[in-house]
Design a protein around this ligand. Sequence first.
Ligand SMILES: *Cc1c(COP(=O)(O)O)cnc(C)c1O
Length: 382
Amino acid sequence: MFTENQIKSFGSKTTPFYFYDLDILKKTLNEVKTNAPKEYHIHYALKANSNPVILKLIKDAGFGADCVSGNEVKRAVETGFKPNDIVFAGVGKSDEEINYALDVDIFCFNVESTAELTVINELAKVKGKKAKVALRINPNVDAHTHKYITTGLEENKFGINPYEFDTVLNLIKTLPNIELIGLHFHIGSQITSLTPFKNLCLRVNEINHWFIEKGYLLPNINVGGGLGINYHEPDNEAIPDFKSFFEVFKQFLELKPGQQLHFELGRALVANCGSLISKVLYIKNGINTNFAILDAGMTELIRPALYQAYHKIENLSNTGESNVKYDVVGPICESSDCFGKAVMLPETKRGDIIAIRSAGAYGEVMSNRYNLRDEVRTFFGE
Ligand SMILES: *Cc1c(COP(=O)(O)O)cnc(C)c1O
């Protein structure tokens, strides 16, 4: 929901731009803090949105950081996240990235393969350090989300499979510069049912038990992120149900004495505070449909083109009844450059301001300059 003043100010700005409502962000962060038990550690997944203003707010609220590249680790450190609250995942960490993370003494590498363990050990040895690692495990739990954002199935490239556990433990015994401190899981993104998280808990219990039987009671269990948001109701349900989410882990995850629980939430924290604001350039009447052609395109927000993602689209200039169908498209030379097909909107004309809602996660961070587009702008409001 936008105030009249906000809508007026949008009209006077050069579009397109991301508008972030920092009030919603603060309320969301507060909800997480209110509902997460004290002993849960929440690391914010920077890849969802690494805008410095947003990062600083999240850091100030006391969250840790979850990074998937060396530059994200660097951005987290520069923002002021404590290195001891930073975890670093990714199937393809380069030597430079590993060296940087070793230099700043991050909390933990989430390691995705035996080959990576060997490389981290060698690089840590050169520095005379011991690298703290958690094994990223592929739990083979179906997240029931879009196939491009499912990560915890055997067929995915992520993590270490259970049949490799013995090999991994034998290997670790030969690596003096590796300290195994935990198990890590992340099954996917935009998960809107709690059932996959319950299934994850049950799997984690089994795997945790297996490691304990082998003599490894590991102090950290990291269950990743993936909690989804309601893209259809950005105003009625601006903040995900964190209470029920954490309840699942309280109820189903069996932590052993001394084990700490970690989360890596991205989308759930930032998606609903952001909207992509755009103007209608042209209305074009096609054979079967009307096109509303915006000045924003897949270069600013690629999620619809990349994963057929739904975003609510609103005409902020005309609040009348939505009784005309439009294909809402961008100006980029690709047919996939479409934000929504057959979207019901009020009669829409050139110059109208259009909001594409819930664009705070995986929006600005994925923007690019294809077609030599301008760098996307950002504005903040409360
Ligand atoms: C992307 C990612 C996350 C965050 O996922 P969300 O769906 O945004 O919560 C957490 N952990 C890892 C390892 C990731 O790759």
